[in-house]
Design a binder for this molecule. Structure first.
Ligand code: CAP
Ligand code: MG
Length: 457
């Protein structure tokens, strides 16, 4: 019960999955709020995020109270032991095809309520009509393989590339020189170069000049090597008009892809870019940690919450609906915290029927294209086999320091990465390859970084 209407379903009630959006919440009551008020708190979450408020209001003629009752959200499946419960929101409470409008409900005011000192959106499950009201990815996994002309063993390999490090420093001309070196090293099959998330258009590295220069290098490298390549140019800007101009520059110069910092530019920006450009959208998630990180409870929600957050799993599902083609999801053996969650997120963005796991809700995608999981952050060739064994071979692996920091230089870094990738595709562990090829660039990389992650302090 919340203050005016009943927002709690009778015990055993199950919502029709095609008529309701389900959200799985975990809460922590504020100090001083007795445990006996748990259900009231849950009902208040449902009320504030659907049709209710903190006090009784006029309920007579023309008050809208009939619809408020009809479209109210309902708490069900309460798990008091783990402080978790589900809320079912009638689909007609929301406008189809409008993710911002939707989030203002279940991910809105409730995180500010004084009765709570912790709240986490663990997962969401959407019905068919809602899923199909969004564009979804234009290319997805199959589309990129086709774009890159991957056949034979290349179709079994991860797509690999590099983000220049230092993060910011190279001029636009130097960035193009780096692209040339990456693409012409080894057997010439290196796939992409990518701007870093905080590289924009600067005095010494202008977006437009950089794009033209790097794409020119790609044209030449493709002719020489016979391998198609990508430049994931960072178009992120707080003006959507400027992002559109940048995407047209990419398109007009023969580019196929762009990179978007999807958290800082926002849901509306992503939705608009998906509808207005025909480019492959590589989604970087800079700033997500301020929303998704939850050190107390872990992926399955077993511990006690330490604050307010939305899981990366939830965001990843929303980004798939809006149409990213590839998405940073964290990785095993990375420098960033991922709570072992990457495999669950990868499953949610690559499957058509995402199974329900402990602490998750599952999802039917009704043919929405799959998204490339992107593994990144402190990765180096020595861990490639472990990353692929957890996330599969349809994965984009991004190595910055792990290629550019090779003791024998950048070309050797590319060669080490290519050797690691080929070994993995052939089912050979990195350790076995290194033992058999002790003087190879890969062996040299392993000498420096080993077979495990490097945590940065
Ligand atoms: C990695 C990276 C990526 C992060 C993003 C960086 O560089 O370019 O942005 O990994 O993290 O700036 O740190 P290195 P996530 O390869 O040199 O570590 O994928 O977790 O969102
Ligand atoms: Mg980066």
């Amino acid at each position: 019960m919340a203050v005016q209407l009943n927002y709690t379903a009778p015990k055993g009630w199950k919502p029709n999955p095609e008529k309701y959006i389900i959200v799985l919440f975990k809460i922590e009551l504020a100090d001083g709020v007795p445990k006996s008020r748990f259900l009231d708190a849950a009902a208040s979450v449902a009320a504030e995020s659907s049709t209710g408020t903190w006090t009784e209001v006029y309920a007579g003629k023309h008050s809208g109270m009939g619809n408020a009752k009809k479209y109210r959200a309902m708490v069900f499946d309460v798990d008091k032991k783990r402080n978790m419960f589900k809320v079912a929101y009638p689909l007609d409470l929301f406008e189809l095809g409008n993710i911002s409008g939707f989030l203002a409900g279940p991910a809105g005011n409730i995180a500010g309520m004084k009765m709570l000192k912790g709240l986490r959106i663990m997962d969401m499950r959407f019905p068919k009509r809602f899923v199909l009201s969004f564009p979804g990815p234009r290319y997805g996994i199959g589309g990129l393989r086709k774009m890159l002309g991957h056949k034979g063993i290349f179709a079994e390999m991860p797509v690999i590339g590099t983000v220049p490090k230092p993060k910011i420093g190279r001029t636009d001309v130097e960035q193009a020189l780096l692209a040339r070196q990456l693409f012409l090293s080894g057997d010439g099959s290196y796939n992409f170069i990518k701007d870093d998330e905080n590289l924009t258009s600067l005095k010494f590295s202008n977006f437009y000049r950089r794009t033209v220069l790097v794409l020119n290098e790609i044209k030449k490298a493709e002719k020489r090597t016979g391998h198609k390549k990508l430049y994931l140019a960072n178009i992120s800007h707080s003006s959507v008009d400027e992002m559109l101009r940048r995407s047209w520059c990419i398109k007009n110069n023969g580019g196929r892809a762009m990179m978007l910092d999807i958290v800082v530019t926002g849901f509306a920006a992503l939705h608009t870019m998906r509808l207005k450009t025909g480019l492959f959208i590589h989604a970087h998630r800079a700033m997500h940690g301020f929303m998704t990180r939850e050190s107390g409870s872990g992926i399955h929600g077993k511990g006690r919450l330490q604050g307010f957050s939305v899981s990366m799993l939830t965001l990843a599902k929303i980004y798939r609906l809006l149409g990213v083609d590839s998405l940073h999801i964290g990785s095993p053996k990375a420098k960033m915290e991922d709570y072992g969650e990457a495999a669950v997120i990868a499953e949610a963005i690559t499957t058509n029927t995402t199974p329900q796991r402990e602490g998750t809700l599952g999802q039917e995608w009704y043919g929405t294209k799959s998204v490339w999981p992107v593994a990144s952050g402190g990765l180096h060739p020595g861990v490639l086999d472990k990353v692929v064994s957890v996330l599969g071979h349809d994965i984009i692996i991004q190595m910055g320091g792990g290629v550019l920091g090779h003791p024998d230089g950048i070309s050797a870094g590319v060669e080490a990465a290519l050797q690691a990738r080929r070994a993995v595709a052939q089912g050979v562990s990195i350790e076995k390859f290194v033992k058999a090829n002790p003087y190879s660039p890969l062996a040299k990389a392993v000498e420096k970084w080993g077979y495990g992650p490097k945590i940065v302090y």
